[in-house]
Write a protein that binds this ligand. Structure first.
Ligand SMILES: O=C(O)CCC(=O)C(=O)O
Ligand SMILES: [Fe+2]
Length: 205
């Protein structure tokens, strides 16, 4: 369902131009989504994210973790993380995501937002380590949150709600032309876990 109550299918491109975003809706049953949510909350090595933004050292309220096939280093906002080896749950979700998206991934960035006071500011996932026109698959668990895209030139925005157990794919030139964000909201009082499966290219390990 988009924000106007229209139903969307995984074939629909949510972006009007300059990129491709497909929303698969719920790919996990309510039970499975809940079980993965609880398992990930307890088994993932969550850490407050540190970032350098406009020259300031920031420690985010949201927590993050980075997993992968090898101990890839991932640098964003001037901080570097080394990937941890896949856990059982992350490996299962990676395989499911690969099957549904037809894309192979080698790493996953996880974010834990404790409530609506925590979000993610406008950005593109256009780090050099991801290469150009990368495919990113995003699984959401827990609280439903609004997710928005904004075109870098035209400033046109597109928003949708990410349900628990849902899958969203960003591909084509999406990261080149569009920003995305998870807006903060007073309405959400419960936690959400997000997994973004990614492909790190051009790195020797
Ligand atoms: O939490 C989300 O849905 C998005 C997270 C995100 O954009 C990112 O990790 O790059
Ligand atoms: Fe992102």
């Amino acid at each position: 369902m988009d924000l106007f109550g229209n139903s969307i299918t995984k074939e629909d491109n949510l972006l009007p131009y300059d990129g491709i975003v497909n929303y698969f809706g719920k790919i996990l049953s309510l039970n499975k989504a809940h079980q993965y949510f609880i398992d990930l909350l307890t088994t993932v090595e969550w850490k407050n994210d540190e970032a350098i933004i406009y020259g300031k050292h920031i420690i985010t309220k949201r927590k993050a973790a980075w997993y992968g096939d090898a101990d890839y280093e991932y640098t964003y906002s001037n901080t570097t993380k080394k990937a941890l080896p896949w856990t059982k749950e992350l490996w299962e979700l990676k395989l499911l995501t690969q099957t549904l998206s037809g894309t192979k991934f080698n790493s996953c960035l996880l974010n834990l937002y404790h409530n609506g006071d925590e979000g993610m500011a406008w950005h593109s996932d256009d780090e050099k380590s991801l290469g150009l026109d990368t495919v990113i698959a995003s699984i959401s668990l827990g609280a439903e949150r609004k997710f928005s895209f904004k075109h870098k030139q035209t400033k046109e925005t597109v928003s949708l709600n990410l349900e628990s157990g849902s899958l969203l794919i960003m591909k084509g030139t999406t990261q080149t032309h569009w920003l995305h964000s998870l807006p903060k909201t007073k309405k959400v009082k419960t936690p959400r876990v997000n997994l973004t499966f990614r492909t790190i290219v051009d790195q020797q390990t």
